[in-house]
Ligand binder design. Structure first.
Ligand SMILES: Nc1nc2c(ncn2[C@@H]2O[C@H](COP(=O)(O)OP(=O)(O)O)[C@@H](O)[C@H]2O)c(=O)[nH]1
Ligand SMILES: [Mg+2]
Length: 313
């Protein structure tokens, strides 16, 4: 960039342009480069640089989180991960135990959990990983950001609380960290956006009188069925059942978390055969009792579809 100061708006346009389409490490590098190139640290320039520095920090947190989640989920690549968060003694451990049947110690005194606790559960043929994040309190991310990284890497948050204030603290801390909570999964699946948008719902206790007005779904901590149902709904899985030539349907579906899903996607998961020898697929729409039809390789599948792939001999 030239030495003559450019107007704020021109500068912003130029920065937007250079960051356009760049994500993750590439974006971080470009921001570092921009910070070097912008010579002044006064007035509008200072504001711009502060903004860039802030985003760079966030990118670093997200990259760390991604690394952490990669090493954690090496064997279970596509298992959705739900993070349980709340203030201390809000019933996080109790919830994870009730949902998964594990036995995480329940505290009768504050600050029981200082390490994340893990649990796993299956519901409607979908596996979930649950992780209880150590208690959140006001200003807890001023120093150590490790729990923040875990939240960034989660696919969905279960926010547990027993009072208006419990929820308010969490919502405020997340907002401070530029994390936006959304009521539904994004259409393009579990991408790590900047700023981070994470689907979430609130889990309240039966004695909770009021809750912060929020666009998020609220479910009772005792209604496990409803919690699990919402967990499945939140990730919008596409479960495809395969059928052999004897019309026997596999019990375990092939699960996809990004739609749209085509016959080709299923084929790539189940066989190493070349696409050239694919003939067609027999489809039972929406389940074993669904309408039967023949479809091609580009056909778009829906949740619970049953298919049988046929190949040329
Ligand atoms: N009233 C009430 N107490 C609960 C609930 N869930 C857990 N507790 C109790 O609250 C205390 C802390 O629970 P715990 O699950 O360890 O909370 P955590 O610190 O958020 O993990 C324990 O004594 C639990 O028995 C709840 O939904 N309502
Ligand atoms: Mg706990």
């Amino acid at each position: 960039m030239k030495k003559i100061p450019k107007p704020y708006s021109v500068m912003m346009e130029e920065i937007k342009d250079r960051l356009k389409g760049k994500n993750g490490i590439k974006r971080a590098r470009e921001i570092q480069q921009l910070l070097k190139e912008i010579p002044w640290s006064v007035g509008d320039y200072r504001r711009i640089k502060d903004g860039l520095r802030k985003e760079l920090k966030e990118l670093e947190v997200i990259e760390q989180a991604k690394k952490a989640s990669r090493s954690r989920t090496k064997t279970k690549k596509s298992t959705p991960q739900f993070a349980i968060i709340g203030v201390t003694n809000s019933g996080k451990s109790t919830l994870i135990n009730n949902l998964t049947g594990t036995d995480i110690p329940i505290g009768s005194y504050p600050y029981t959990t200082i390490e994340p606790q893990y649990g796993a559960l299956e519901h409607d043929k979908i596996s979930f990983q649950l992780v209880e994040i150590p208690a959140i309190y006001e200003g807890c991310w001023d120093g150590d950001k490790s729990t923040l990284g875990m939240i960034h890497s989660a696919d969905c948050l279960l926010i547990v609380g027993r009072s208006f204030d419990d929820f308010k603290i969490i919502l405020k801390e997340l907002e401070t960290q530029n994390i936006e909570l959304i009521g539904n999964r994004m259409d393009d699946g579990f991408i790590q956006t900047i700023p981070r948008k994470i689907p979430a719902f609130l889990i309240y206790d039966k004695n909770t009188e009021t809750m912060p007005s929020s666009h998020l779904k609220k479910i009772s901590s005792e209604d496990y069925v409803e919690i699990k149902r919402n967990m499945v709904e939140m990730i919008k899985p596409v479960r495809i059942f395969t059928m052999n030539s004897f019309n026997e349907i596999q019990e375990q579906p092939i699960v996809f978390y990004n739609d749209p899903i085509t016959v080709k996607d299923v084929m790539q998961r189940v066989t190493k055969s070349k696409i050239e020898i694919f003939k067609d697929a027999i489809l039972l729409e929406g389940g074993p009792n669904g309408r039967r039809k023949r479809v091609g390789i580009t056909y778009e599948l829906s949740d619970n579809d049953v298919i049988h792939l046929t190949f040329q001999k």
